[in-house]
Design a protein around this ligand. Structure first.
Ligand code: ABU
Length: 500
């Protein structure tokens, strides 16, 4: 019973050890029960409530912040309720996002970093984590295909920031004066990315003062892969308009279709026009761990920078994202400010290990540790098997969809990644001719099914429109807990939710 115990009674309070142990053990019970329920198919993926219901408070769960401390019994109830009203992204029937799963070693890693509560900016306060980062970056560079003695990189908060780094560093590589003189000293720059690429390209161009209008969107084929000839003609057209192309983003695993751009053809064009080639492998990078699938990223070794998010396909708890840069020294040169209160040059150890000035952040979390720990626990082969399993699930779903007449695939090709895109056709739409009327009605199907799905809470899958395609479902597999029975369940549930 913790009803008369408060946070002030816990360590470091004198004599607080027993209460601290009791409190943490109780918390472990709560987490263990959550982890165990998350893997049970009989439990719900979510217990949906509208924002106004959560804001107003539910069954004693209140978001209001008190002036007086609450006792630890209430704090434990708050922990339980926070999980109760959240979404079980580790549930085998959570198909909604590229990041999912609940890896126990990853959780252990996350706990440990909170206990260590240190900062990645200097070796002085993070000796072990800084060296782990060096080892992991080298390992990932060698998997990409770069030699271990070139290359650099940094862990950062998500794929968007990793992609932003790539543009920042590319611009500095061609125009180092931008660091001090700003964009006014530069010509009008142009960068290129495909119509299926992630929106972070435009966002970064806007944040970096390049301007989202100077991001040229290259056409894709029907499978969602960038068309190299269109890239080349876009580059030529931008030059003719007086812009200066400097950067091309190729995607290895697009967000919706899971498509892989033709990296070698894109690398040839970048070489010909002296452009920086970046590969956004935030989603597809995990496939490099699989002997069966890594050839889908052939040509990635020719990139100058690579984004790779272990928190997606490798199942590392959020967040865990890496930017790799082929040329050593660029990150430091680009971002270094040399604050002397932190990065003193006369320390008694090798200050090259004070890596914090390579970052655009100051404070930085030790995201590296959970990946390092999981890698130790699984080995490279364990990650490879995990990836293979997710792609087998995608293939199974694809085969089931091909067989059924109440579903239609968005594109006919076999999945390259674990994304499978499809429409559900309610009985009233099955005989309709393709055209605007059918499209208009089909567009409303996925959101309606999703609403019913969220109310019931038995599974979760995403939908979106894309280009000229009306709303369709995108199923993605990154959770090793998902089995074929969950895929059968997914199709049956959608068919039931979708009955007219
Ligand atoms: N940053 C891309 C993640 C999007 C998704 O999970 O669907």
């Amino acid at each position: 019973d913790f009803s008369s115990i408060y946070s002030k009674d816990l360590l470091p309070a004198a004599g607080g050890e027993e209460m601290t142990r009791g409190f943490l053990q109780e918390l472990v019970h709560i987490l263990l029960s959550y982890i165990s329920k998350s893997s049970q198919r009989s439990s719900k993926v979510l217990d949906f409530h509208h924002p106004h219901q959560l804001r107003e408070g539910l069954d004693g769960f209140s978001l209001e912040l008190p002036d007086q401390p609450e006792n630890l019994e209430q704090i434990l109830v708050d922990c339980r309720d926070t999980l109760k009203y959240g979404v079980r992204t580790g549930h085998p029937r959570f198909f909604n996002q590229l990041s999912s799963g609940l890896d126990v070693i990853g959780v252990a890693g996350e706990w440990l970093t909170s206990v260590a509560n240190t900062n990645m900016f200097t070796y002085e306060v993070s000796p072990v984590f800084i060296l782990m980062e060096e080892f992991l970056l080298k390992k990932m560079q060698s998997i990409v295909g770069w030699s271990a003695d070139v290359g650099d990189g940094i862990f950062c908060p998500g794929g968007t920031i990793s992609n932003l780094y790539s543009i920042l560093v590319a611009r500095y590589h061609f125009y180092p004066e931008v660091k001090t003189r700003g964009m006014g000293a530069l010509p009008r720059l142009a960068l290129f990315t495909s119509e299926h690429s992630h929106y972070s390209g435009k966002k970064s161009a806007s944040v970096l003062g390049i301007g989202s209008e100077n991001v040229f969107v290259v056409k894709c084929d029907e499978r969602g892969k960038m068309i190299p000839a269109d890239l080349e003609s876009s580059i030529v057209a931008a030059k003719e308009k007086g812009l200066v192309p400097f950067y091309v983003n190729a995607t290895a695993g697009t967000t919706v279709y899971g498509a892989f751009d033709p990296l070698n053809a894109i690398a040839d064009i970048c070489h010909k026009h002296t452009l920086w080639m970046h590969v956004d492998a935030a989603w597809g990078g995990g496939l490099l761990m699989s002997d069966r699938h890594r050839m889908k990223l052939q040509g990635i070794e020719r990139a100058w920078s690579v984004t790779w998010n272990p928190h997606k396909m490798m199942g590392v708890p959020l967040q865990c994202s890496v930017i790799l840069i082929k040329k050593r020294g660029l990150l430091q040169g680009c971002n270094e400010i040399g604050a002397t209160y932190l990065f003193q040059t006369d320390k008694h150890y090798d200050v090259n290990y004070d890596t914090g000035d390579k970052s655009i952040q100051c404070g930085r979390h030790q995201d590296v540790f959970k990946l390092w720990l999981m890698w130790k626990a699984k080995g490279s082969q364990g990650f490879g098997s995990q990836v293979n399993k997710c792609l087998e699930n995608a293939e199974y779903l694809y085969e089931q969809l091909q067989r059924r007449t109440d579903f239609e695939l968005v594109f006919k090709h076999k999945p390259e990644h674990s994304n499978v895109c499809f429409w559900y056709l309610p009985p009233s739409l099955r005989g309709l001719q393709p055209g605007p009327d059918r499209d208009m009605r089909l567009h409303q199907v996925a959101p309606r099914i999703k609403g019913r799905m969220m109310e019931k809470g038995s599974l979760l899958i995403g939908y979106q429109p894309l280009g000229d395609k009306v709303n369709f479902f995108r199923c993605v597999f990154s959770n090793p807990a998902t089995q074929q029975e969950d895929i059968d369940f997914l199709l049956e549930e959608i068919a039931q939710f979708g009955e007219d």
